[in-house]
Design a protein around this ligand. Structure first.
Ligand code: SF4
Length: 285
């Protein structure tokens, strides 16, 4: 039976501000899942804390709202327990690249087979607009009234250098392209990072829709080869001249699950269910 957008929608409404880019991101995700005809019970979403995490109330699937910056280790744990279950992890740029920066690097290294969708509005917006790792140098925010003093993080450059095998950027208002990128990320075998430029009209008055419109450049099959790692590393660092949008880098490599003998058969959770726990306790005495 084909699924529809309403199969992925709960009766609850998110508390996002009017005009928030989150609406486009979650609409694209629903479209992607409908197009792939994935059932709501066939995957699990792990959410970080932040405006993006409010999607958990509005989105119907298995879900776990984790601690700030900890979506990735939790999602990884789910994959270890049941590697037959599809897993999507969501975070903002603050939790994803700030508090969760260390987890991000090591998940890229692992090439575990799951998708990481980052709502990147270049601010901590749930807490009313403090600078995040992707805020531009010099940007005046609540926490940096004299301007951000540090260099802006280039998360997609980090992702490629750390070993992620699918690295892409989307834009929240371009639902057609974003849906295609989500499908590509979910289908990719390995760790897929999809960083999404997300307008926050309430707090980010620098990176506005007009600003994105002037700075984004779409990657196509005619103007870009996503298999060239050296060139992808340079492109992924672009922000000043133009911001590349599309699949920046993709390769096929053994996944973490494929390299672990314990995951060669049925999911660990099934193996544990068949175990006599008393024997295990005896063994560990
Ligand atoms: Fe969206 Fe910004 Fe409002 Fe958060 S504060 S809901 S990111 S517009």
């Amino acid at each position: 039976m084909p699924y529809t957008v309403s199969d992925f929608t709960t009766p609850y409404r998110p508390t996002w501000c009017p005009g928030c880019g989150n609406f486009g991101i979650w609409a694209s995700l629903r479209r992607a899942l409908v197009e792939m005809n994935i059932a709501p019970h066939d995957f699990l979403c792990v959410y970080d804390i932040g405006c993006s995490g409010n999607g958990s109330n509005w989105f119907r699937s298995y879900g776990f709202h984790s601690l700030h910056g900890r979506a990735l280790p939790l999602a990884m744990g789910v994959r270890f327990a049941n590697h037959k279950l599809r897993v999507l992890a969501f975070a903002g740029d603050g939790g994803g690249f700030g508090e969760g920066g260390n987890h991000f690097l090591h998940t890229c290294r692992s090439n575990i087979d799951m998708s990481y969708i980052v709502h990147d509005n270049q601010l901590y917006s749930l807490t009313t607009g403090q600078a995040s790792p992707t805020s531009q140098k010099g940007m005046e925010t609540k926490s940096t009234p004299s301007g951000v003093a540090m260099q802006q993080l280039r998360p997609l450059q980090l992702a490629i250098s750390a070993g992620a095998t699918f690295v892409a950027r989307g834009y929240a208002d371009d639902l057609k392209l974003l849906t295609e990128l989500m499908i590509a990320a979910i289908k990719h075998k390995g760790f897929a990072v999809l960083d999404i430029l997300q307008p926050c009209p309430t707090f980010n008055l620098v990176n506005t829709r007009e600003w994105y419109g002037k700075h984004m450049k779409k990657l196509t099959a005619e103007n870009w080869d996503p298999t060239n790692k050296d060139k992808a590393m340079i492109l992924a660092g672009n922000w000043q001249d133009f911001i590349p949008v599309g699949i920046i880098y993709q390769e096929q490599r053994q996944t973490l699950e494929e390299s672990l003998p314990a995951l060669a058969g049925e999911p660990l959770i099934r193996q544990v269910q068949k175990m006599d726990v008393n024997n295990l306790v005896e063994e560990l005495r």
